[in-house]
Ligand binder design. Structure first.
Ligand SMILES: NC(=O)c1ccc[n+]([C@@H]2O[C@H](COP(=O)([O-])OP(=O)(O)OC[C@H]3O[C@@H](n4cnc5c(N)ncnc54)[C@H](OP(=O)(O)O)[C@@H]3O)[C@@H](O)[C@H]2O)c1
Length: 241
């Protein structure tokens, strides 16, 4: 895969682009010339990330977004298209955990995980696809997880949401491939981010970094037109024994 893909003139949305993996993806896309729109719930964090990403250019914007709300998603996508003239790349990265035994999981937490990790992706794809078609194609990249294929206790909602996201991505891939829209899902294992509340920073050198995931996303959007990296698994090379 190429090391210096140029994304000048391309427009990307990164949900959950205010921290962790989303921020790293927004940063590499921006560095390669794309205009980037980020969205997440916490407006102050979106603003901070936007300022860091912008550093000297005006091709970055951001706005508060809750992907669980289809009306907000429509407005956000519409704003992006108006602001930058179209849409070429949708990165569905926003996601949450929330770990409890199934018997003990609250209804509220269950709904929030499924609504964010699964329904939110549906809302974003539904809003974005007409715009991608208008540009003659593009990319949808869903940030899933190895938890979508490896079950573990106290992660019922999370594992189920990511397993469903994988199947959703496979179906969508087949539905839009002849529109030149390439759909991929990336399944990372452990990544050092704030995902677990920041607890795992010390002694977590064995984990991947957000930048490692972003590099692979960049490879996916840089691959030649005849090829689609539809499902990508990523794991630490040497996990803690
Ligand atoms: N870290 C890992 O080990 C790991 C491994 C595999 C997969 N993943 C996946 O990678 C993705 C990113 O996780 P991360 O590790 O980078 O975590 P993170 O640092 O906590 O980032 C999550 C991002 O999503 C946003 N977000 C959460 N709920 C949202 C909502 N309803 N609407 C819009 N934005 C929302 C958050 O901002 P707000 O809270 O302000 O909304 C934040 O910007 C997730 O889908 C996660 O499942 C992570």
């Amino acid at each position: 895969m190429t090391n210096t893909p140029q994304l000048n003139g391309k427009v990307a949305i990164v949900t959950g682009g205010s921290s962790g993996i989303g921020l790293a993806i927004a940063s590499v896309l921006r560095a390669r010339g794309a205009s980037v729109m980020i969205g997440a719930r916490n407006a102050a964090r979106v603003d901070r990330a936007k300022q860091n990403l912008a550093a000297g250019g005006d091709c970055v914007d951001g706005a508060p977004l809750d992907v669980r709300d289809p009306d907000q998603v429509e407005a956000f996508v519409g704003h992006t298209v108006k602001r930058f003239g179209g849409l070429d790349i949708l990165i569905n990265n926003a996601g949450i955990g929330g770990f409890a035994k199934i018997a003990d999981q609250s209804l509220e937490e269950w709904r929030s995980i499924i609504d964010t990790n699964l329904s939110g992706v549906f809302y974003c794809c539904r809003a974005a696809i007409p715009h991608l078609r208008r540009r003659g194609g593009g990319f949808i990249i869903n940030i899933s997880s190895l938890a979508g294929k490896n079950a573990f206790p106290e992660a019922g909602a999370y594992c189920a949401s990511k397993a469903a996201l994988n199947m959703f991505s496979e179906v969508l891939m087949q539905e839009v491939r002849y529109d030149d829209i390439r759909v991929s899902y990336v399944m990372p294992g452990s990544v050092t981010t704030a995902f677990d509340g920041g607890r795992a920073q010390a002694g977590s050198d064995w984990k991947m970094t957000a930048e490692d995931i972003a590099e692979v996303v960049l490879d996916i959007v840089s691959i030649n037109r005849r090829t689609l990296a539809s499902r990508v698994e990523m794991r630490p090379a040497k996990p803690k024994k």
